[in-house]
Ligand binder design. Structure first.
Ligand SMILES: Cc1cc2nc3c(=O)[nH]c(=O)nc-3n(C[C@H](O)[C@H](O)[C@H](O)COP(=O)(O)OP(=O)(O)OC[C@H]3O[C@@H](n4cnc5c(N)ncnc54)[C@H](O)[C@@H]3O)c2cc1C
Length: 483
């Protein structure tokens, strides 16, 4: 047990405040946990380290991965079922058995969760953005936000778009989500304190978590939690030591991207009490080379001149597989008809070339390697087929001279990422020890807990806020019911 992160209740002479539930962090997970707990009739005291609410959620585009027949899906004529959503998430998740029960529940209650958000006043427009994009630039709601139409997943479940963006133009949906939910929490009467960084958990002599010690404007304070403490204080994207230990690629060319308080303290609190951790190497990484969507009609090659991914994959999957290539070297080859400067991350055009042989020389690829790759690709593309990588037919067309080569290599192209791993928790958010036993009085949700998202290869946009809000709510109800 760490001395710094854990204090003994016996050593607290007088508590500065008291509530039934203390929530650390006011992002998506914290606000949802707090709303449900307060709505269940117990008192909630929120500690937020920043001067305002939102955390990384407020930086987010505001996609939530929801399906099974939401109001928006129906209004847009999209057929979806709980079973297809479940089969899809099970298929993309690297280790689905580990969280099968959570995936099942998340899919079964997805429509209810959407309706709850709507009842809270979170706006979603009954519209779909049809183009392949990372984020819709409009205030449209639905988008294909994962690998649903991408082989082999397209064969495991009937594809449906499930990325639901909060109704705000461009990338500001997350901040609107927070604005609406925090207002509701204030109306419910929760105590919310900003500029309060949690520094330690307080445990009683049975080991139960009974409070939090925190710092506000240089002054140390304590708050007693009669029913429990909820960790909702984000991931560890901004903690260099933890990244070096668990997700080293984030210190080797991938830019960490999240709010500055994303220091992993929730995970450290749990670990100090013997909690287990899961998928700590799991990241969402991206170096999206689309939009423009026409770029998906090009091909991606590695330093051996070989393709390694169906280019129409979700950008997180492509980036994850790109990072696995030798020396992180990846190039994108397009032609006059398909090239467009990537608008999302601005990757640089290396040059234009008349022949494939010239590209081989310029990129120092093995002689003949790209000629073989391109000949093979074009031969099948003439028939709208891609037997090598199974790119979807909409994105297949032969590439003709002159060619445009774009740099997508790690270190030379912008990659960004954030962490997905966290504390092991039960389906109700109880923090679990390595041996599976519950740590009394301690709960976690959002980016500091490991629920559904495991890695970039299997990620779909909207999973993080989807699970942060969904399991955040469950935690709130669970801790409120604590006797
Ligand atoms: C650019 C970007 C875009 C994204 N877009 C999407 C998207 O569209 N859809 C999606 O699903 N996911 C998206 N994500 C990921 C997603 O935003 C996060 O995983 C999710 O918002 C995490 O929610 P959270 O409540 O766990 O954490 P946060 O929203 O980060 O909230 C945690 C809060 O805890 C506070 N805190 C930290 N330490 C302390 C402490 N010691 N004491 C008190 N408070 C503390 C922080 O200040 C913060 O306010 C995106 C991520 C990024 C970086």
């Amino acid at each position: 047990m760490s001395d710094e992160l854990i204090l003994q209740a016996a050593d607290i002479e007088q508590w500065d405040a008291q509530a039934d539930v203390v929530v650390i962090g006011l992002g998506a997970a914290g606000v949802c946990a707090s709303i449900e707990a307060q709505a269940a009739g117990v008192s909630v005291h929120v500690l937020e380290r920043a001067s305002g609410a939102g955390g990384t959620t407020a930086l987010a585009a505001g996609h939530l991965y929801l399906g099974g027949g939401t109001r928006v899906q129906k209004a847009c004529g999209i057929e979806d079922s709980v079973e297809d959503m479940y089969n899809y998430i099970m298929a993309v998740t690297p280790n689905p058995a580990e969280c099968e029960e959570k995936i099942r529940l998340y899919c079964e209650q997805s429509v209810d969760h959407f309706n709850w958000l709507v009842d809270q006043g979170v706006p979603f427009k009954d519209s779909i953005y049809e183009e392949k994009a990372v984020v819709q630039p409009t205030d449209d709601c639905l988008i294909w936000s994962g690998n649903e139409k991408v082989w082999p997943y397209s064969e495991k479940a009937t594809p449906a778009p499930r990325g639901h963006k909060v109704q705000r133009e461009g990338e500001q949906g997350g901040s609107l989500l927070i604005e609406v939910l925090v207002k509701n929490l204030e109306t419910l009467g929760a105590t919310i304190e900003y500029d309060c960084g949690a520094k330690a958990l307080v445990v009683d002599d049975t080991g139960q978590v009974v409070g939090v010690s925190y710092k506000q404007f240089g002054e140390m304070k304590t708050v007693k939690a009669d029913k429990g403490v909820v960790l909702a204080c984000g991931g560890f994207t901004q903690n260099k030591e933890m990244l070096a230990e668990y997700a080293p690629v984030m210190t080797q060319g991938v830019t960490p991207y999240s709010n500055p308080n994303d220091k992993g303290i929730g995970i450290q609190f749990g670990q100090a009490l013997g909690a287990g951790i899961a998928h700590m190497g799991g990241l969402l990484v991206t170096s999206a080379f689309y939009p423009p969507a026409s770029m998906l009609k090009g091909i991606l090659i590695n330093k051996h001149g070989k393709r390694f991914v169906n280019e129409d994959s979700y950008h997180g999957r492509t980036a994850a597989l790109s990072l696995e290539q030798d020396d992180g070297i990846v190039y994108h080859i397009a032609d006059e008809a398909t090239y467009g400067k990537p608008t999302m991350m601005g990757q640089e055009l290396i040059d234009g070339y008349e022949t494939v042989e010239e590209i081989e020389v310029a990129l120092e690829l093995p002689q003949g390697s790209l000629v073989e790759t391109m000949t093979n690709y074009n031969k099948h593309a003439e028939n709208g087929e891609d037997p090598e990588m199974h790119k979807y037919r909409d994105w297949i067309q032969p590439l003709k001279s002159p060619f445009a080569v774009t740099q997508l290599s790690l270190g030379k192209s912008f990659y960004m990422g954030f962490t997905l791993g966290g504390l092991t928790v039960s389906i109700d958010g109880e923090v679990l020890k390595e041996d599976g036993r519950v740590i009394d009085g301690l709960y976690a949700a959002g980016a500091c807990a490991s629920n559904i998202a495991q890695d970039s290869n299997g990620y779909s946009s909207g999973t993080c806020i989807g699970e942060s809000t969904f399991f955040g709510r469950r935690v709130g109800k669970r801790v409120a019911a604590e006797v």
